[in-house]
Design a protein around this ligand. Structure first.
Ligand SMILES: C[S@@+](CC[C@H](N)C(=O)[O-])C[C@H]1O[C@@H](n2cnc3c(N)ncnc32)[C@H](O)[C@@H]1O
Length: 275
């Protein structure tokens, strides 16, 4: 019998193994996921039930950052790396509500993202989605479609939300971040969110986050809680904007939106500007 809300798989999508994009969609309460993805959620719920709230806090943080970058910093073009499945408040929707001419390139390596994002974006000629792997940063930077949408002579908003913690240590997340930073002109911004290892500051949380890291790695092959200094290093010598690298809800909370979700200490984010 088909499960309620059962979804047929677009071509190239393997429904026998969980994917990060689909599991994240399940954490957010979306419908673009399969039983294998929901199993990841079920397992982590047993040890760290706040992951879903953190995922929602991450989306709320993303929306605040994009609003800031378009509304106050004047950014008119974005590259969203590891963009995920379309969700409420996608980058182009938030940005284009302020200025409809803002251009956005979404990049993800999950075939489900391409299938769903194409449908969403077909109506919008300022926005595109490409299937590419952030572990090959130069390929992304050189891609004809990226060059068509992004003018590297003008400031760019580069979004690294909940993506670098899905790059393993041996895949060189620092080198990947540096290649992307180096391609940006002065006046560009990088926004980041990342799982943060707070085991020294909050030893009570260490066991639960370590158990979650183990589940993610066993089921998805990635998911790294890194020390704050390491996350800061991904921003290089960019100027870190106030209030710094902080639990997400502490980053410029919107007074008009007091009910925003809470991200806990182990998920931090910030924004930095290229001098
Ligand atoms: C946790 S989701 C975050 C989505 C979105 N950035 C957000 O913060 O709401 C991580 C996304 O990164 C994508 N991803 C993971 N590894 C990737 C890689 N090596 N290259 C491109 N995308 C990747 C996954 O498919 C998934 O959609």
């Amino acid at each position: 019998m088909e499960e309620e809300g059962a979804l047929s798989a677009p071509s190239g999508v393997d429904t026998t193994r969980p994917s990060i994009a689909r599991a994240y969609n399940a954490y957010l309460g979306g419908k673009d996921n399969f039983p294998v993805d929901r199993e990841v959620v079920r397992k982590t719920d047993e040890v760290l039930p706040e992951v879903s709230e953190c995922a929602r806090a991450n989306r709320a943080f993303l929306r605040r950052v994009v609003r800031y970058l378009v509304g106050e910093a004047g950014i008119r073009q974005f590259i969203d790396l590891g963009s995920g499945l379309p969700s409420a408040g996608n980058v182009h929707e938030v940005a284009q509500a302020i200025d409809p001419t803002v251009r956005v390139v979404y990049v993800d390596n999950d075939p489900m993202v391409l299938a769903h994002a194409r449908a969403l974006l077909a109506i919008n000629n300022t926005t595109t989605v490409i299937t590419s792997d952030v572990r090959s940063p130069q390929e992304i930077l050189d891609a004809a479609e990226v060059r068509e949408y992004i003018d590297f002579g003008q400031p760019v908003g580069m979004l690294l939300f909940a993506i670098l913690h899905h790059i393993n240590d041996w895949e060189d997340p620092g080198g990947i971040a540096r290649t992307f930073r180096d391609a940006l002109p002065s006046g560009s911004y990088v926004g980041i969110s990342h799982f943060c290892d707070v085991s020294e500051e909050y030893p009570d949380e260490a066991e639960r986050t370590a158990a979650t890291e183990k589940i993610f790695n066993e089921m998805l092959g990635t998911g790294r809680w890194r020390r704050r200094e390491e996350i800061l290093s991904y921003l290089g010598d960019f100027e870190l904007l106030e209030p710094g690298l902080v639990p997400l809800q502490e980053w410029r909370p919107d007074p008009n939106d007091p009910g925003e979700p809470f991200s806990h200490h182990w998920l931090v984010g910030g924004v930095a500007k290229k001098r």
